[in-house]
Design a protein around this ligand. Structure first.
Ligand SMILES: [Zn+2]
Length: 253
């Protein structure tokens, strides 16, 4: 006999699809499994307790019914969880959030400074400030409608986050490739349109405009110069460009 004061153990069956499996241990990946809990928690809390941030999720089915994040789980349900960037055709009415923000603008957490520079080099709008704490990142995301990029799952689990993405790769070039793939940014890439340092817009500049800022050898060796409208920094197709070109070449084939 169980003690009447002992909380009743309940269990439900979960199945996670596509890249949501990245958050699960191997034994739970790509297969149904049972999860035990007490009380009647919201489905969002159960899913996050399994390690998957809610920002990664676009659709939750309990049985055949789409449910909201706050839907209570009582035990015995079969729960299927689909990612934001899934490739299945799901009718828009069922989705938990608006489609991924189409104008791809990002705010990066404090650990992703190198990725921020690469994304800007590729022309993608990225706010990054090494002085930002988690709350600054979240506020920036909501006030400017930006998607948060982070390697910190705890940050993405914050209830105020609506659009976020957990960056899997650990090396900056791999992270750039991953973001271009995940957000389908190939057509948005526009090298030499954004300042690596401040995210400002770059504008084409004449030799005469930049000669006081650029070493003479550079002035002779390069034909094209750009100036940041915000901070005034001058760019030319130097070593950064070779790095970027090598990465982007993979997408042009
Ligand atoms: Zn700048």
């Amino acid at each position: 006999m169980s003690d009447a004061h002992e909380p009743l153990e309940r269990r439900a069956e979960f199945r996670f699809y596509e890249e949501l499996n990245d958050f699960l241990p191997a034994r739970r990946q790509r297969r149904p499994f049972f999860h035990t809990f007490t009380g009647t928690p919201a489905v969002k809390d159960l899913i996050e307790s399994l390690g998957v941030p809610h920002t990664e999720i676009d659709l939750i089915l309990v049985g055949d019914e789409p449910v909201s994040f706050s839907h209570r789980i009582e035990g015995g349900e079969r729960i299927a969880v689909f990612p934001v960037f899934e490739r299945f055709d799901i009718s828009p009415a069922n989705r938990l959030r608006p489609r991924p923000l189409r104008r791809s603008r990002f705010v990066l957490d404090v650990h992703l400074g190198k990725l921020a520079r690469l994304l800007r080099l590729a022309g993608i709008d990225c706010v990054y400030d090494k002085a930002f704490d988690d709350l600054d990142v979240i506020e920036m995301a909501s006030s400017e409608k930006r998607t948060i990029l982070s390697r910190d799952r705890a940050l993405l689990k914050n209830g105020k986050v609506t659009h976020g993405y957990w960056v899997r790769a650990t090396d900056p070039p791999g992270q750039l490739r991953e973001i271009v793939e995940a957000f389908d940014l190939r057509r948005a890439l526009s090298p030499f349109s954004r300042c690596m340092e401040c995210n400002g817009r770059l504008r084409k500049a004449d030799d005469a405009d930049v000669m006081d800022q650029v070493p003479f050898a550079v002035l002779v060796a390069f034909d094209d110069f750009w100036r940041c409208e915000s901070c005034g920094r001058v760019y030319w197709q130097g070593s950064h460009y070779a790095t970027l070109a090598a990465i982007l070449e993979e997408y042009s084939g």
